[in-house]
Write a new protein. Structure first.
Lengths: 313, 246
């Protein structure tokens, strides 16, 4: 272990404001060595601002941030040399070939493609057959793999990925996460942001972010388990009438569509789940809803996120 | 008559067939999900349906007009909204409404009346004069959808309308989609959120330029013997992406 023994990322009370917009509001968390850590939340959550602070491209207004044991305010050159960063927007030179892009990033960091080849090989081999093609003419999936190769070519100790899967189809997203798990297995610490709540489950721990604030930090399972009420999956036909009927239910706490079901919770903590299920079934049937089915379910990240959004000021 | 009728629609670029003889019917008032992996041909197909790209062969009628010979009429009778392009950030909400109303040939009085209704319905009257660039993404997307419906088109095309939007706003957006469909508007929507695919009346999944599966979400899940559209999607798209090297 190098001088960075301890948390690769350590944030304490980080604040950043752009004019009237609060981009980061009291952000505090640690990322452990070798962890795959997710920043999960919608656009405007502060994820990109946080990456820009971690990469020393932006100074925080208040609070402290250390990356690999170094202060982002004073040790920017060392941090930049030891961190790999893949920004959200396409970050390559479209007029350079695949190989030229990679060689350029290697030379900026004083290394070569050959020296860094072992780490990037599993990813770069997939685009190597097209190494003479201009980066601007690659497909979306190939651009993503090249950008990741460029972020890894100098063998960083910490990999920062800003929304690598945004706008990417569900299958390619799964494959990208498989790739991140392979990289993590090689010992790399990874911080990755995503607006897709379902991807939180692919991380060891996550910070849920909304409007610059961290709503919660924990393992995905623990965040789901912190959902404040018993949760039920409700089905009924017609679907929209079922939503309307649940909204009129006198003890309603929340109802949200989830795929082909509705997630429903009851305000009364003291009523046993079995009784809630019977009452809700009777309520829906009494309103002419057909094919009613109510079953208890385990809350997930998206349930927890919406509950926390409701609590946020 | 169906709002969208597509017959053997094909588009080739040189030797590459981006869209390969697809056929789809979408009924008036239907919410139709148009899914597929990146590079499967969705964008090319949509460009043909909105009259921006001529088919190599086959035909399509949208809102009753032929996309090749009556593309102007097609464009006047559809709404279009995408995640990337929707409104002008440096114009106010009201100015955006006026601009789009004008482009779609509404009279000044119509623009005023419908614009006021729209602002009231969205609860955006107090910020009607704020620059759109200063609004939160969720509001922008709801406004963009309403503006795309301002000229009361028969069909509205939504290209990844909810990307990056928070989970509560995403669901409010789908309520707006249902409300538009209930008024008879046909909705043709693409998304990468597989839970949203379940909200569609019917959907198709494109693989390598062809429609590999089409039906109600329930029928597709039954056909593939799986519990979610996500799994249907993976079954269909995985072999294709593996063959194409990602």
């Amino acid at each position: 272990m190098s001088a960075s023994a301890g948390a690769p990322v350590r944030l304490r009370g980080l604040h950043k404001r752009f004019g009237d917009t609060v981009a980061l509001d009291d952000v505090t968390f640690d990322v452990a060595p070798g962890e795959l850590y997710g920043l999960v939340g919608p656009d405007g959550g502060g994820k990109t601002t946080l990456f820009r602070v971690l990469t020393t491209l932006l100074l925080p207004d208040a609070g402290s941030a250390t990356v690999l044991g170094r202060d982002v305010r004073t040790d920017l050159w060392e941090i930049r040399a030891r961190v790999g960063y893949m920004p959200g927007r396409f970050s390559l030179y479209p007029d350079l070939s695949v190989e030229e892009n990679l060689a350029f990033f290697a030379s900026v960091f004083g290394t070569s493609i050959t020296a860094g080849y072992e780490l990037i090989a599993p990813i770069y081999r997939q685009i190597e057959p097209f190494k003479t093609r201009r980066a601007g003419q690659l497909s979306g999936g190939m651009k993503q793999k090249l950008a990741l190769s460029c972020a890894l070519v100098h063998r960083p100790e910490l990999l920062l990925l800003d929304e690598p899967t945004t706008g990417v189809d569900a299958v390619s997203r799964r494959e990208f996460w498989d790739l991140l798990h392979d990289l993590q297995a090689s010992g790399l610490t990874i911080v990755v942001s995503t607006p897709y709540m379902d991807e939180a489950d692919r991380c060891d721990r996550v910070a849920l972010m909304q409007k610059g604030r961290v709503l919660a930090t924990d393992t995905p399972r623990a965040i789901g388990a912190a959902f404040p009420r018993a949760l039920f999956a409700v089905r009924g036909a017609p679907r929209h009438a079922t939503i309307e009927a649940l909204r009129a239910y006198p003890h309603l706490a929340s109802v949200q569509p989830f795929g082909d079901t509705l997630h429903f919770s009851d305000r009364r903590a003291e009523v046993p789940p079995a009784d809630v299920m019977r009452e809700v079934e009777a309520w829906l049937q009494g309103r002419g809803i057909r094919e009613v089915a109510v079953a208890p379910i385990t809350p997930g990240i998206e349930d927890a996120f919406m509950a926390l959004m409701g609590d946020a000021p | 008559m169906n709002a969208i009728m597509v017959r053997e629609l094909t588009r080739r670029f040189g030797r590459f067939t981006a869209v390969d003889a697809i056929s789809v019917d979408v009924a008036a008032g239907e919410v139709f999900g148009f899914l597929g992996a990146n590079g499967a041909g969705k964008t090319t197909a949509i460009k043909m349906l909105i009259g921006l790209l001529a088919p190599s062969s086959g035909s399509a009628r949208v809102a009753g007009y032929d996309v090749l010979t009556q593309s102007d009429a097609v464009r006047r009778n559809i709404g279009y909204m995408s995640q990337r392009f929707s409104l002008y950030d440096d114009l106010s909400t009201r100015e955006n409404i006026s601009l789009y109303g004008g482009i779609y040939g509404l009279r000044d009085a119509e623009i005023r009346t419908r614009g006021d209704e729209l602002l009231q319905h969205l609860g955006m009257e107090p910020i009607a004069d704020a620059l759109v660039g200063t609004l939160p993404l969720g509001w922008k997307q709801k406004l963009a959808f309403s503006v795309a419906l301002l000229h009361r088109p028969a069909v509205v095309f939504l290209d990844e309308p909810t990307g990056g939007v928070d989970p509560v706003t995403r669901r409010q957006f789908w309520e707006m989609i249902y409300a538009a469909a209930a008024r008879g508007t046909t909705v043709f929507v693409t998304t990468h959120y597989m839970d949203e695919a379940e909200y569609c009346d019917r959907l198709s999944i494109m693989v390598d330029g062809r429609i590999a599966a089409m039906g109600t979400p329930a029928a597709l899940k039954a056909e593939f013997g799986v519990a979610s559209i996500d799994e249907v999607f993976v079954r269909l798209a995985r072999p294709a992406t593996a063959a194409a090297g990602g």
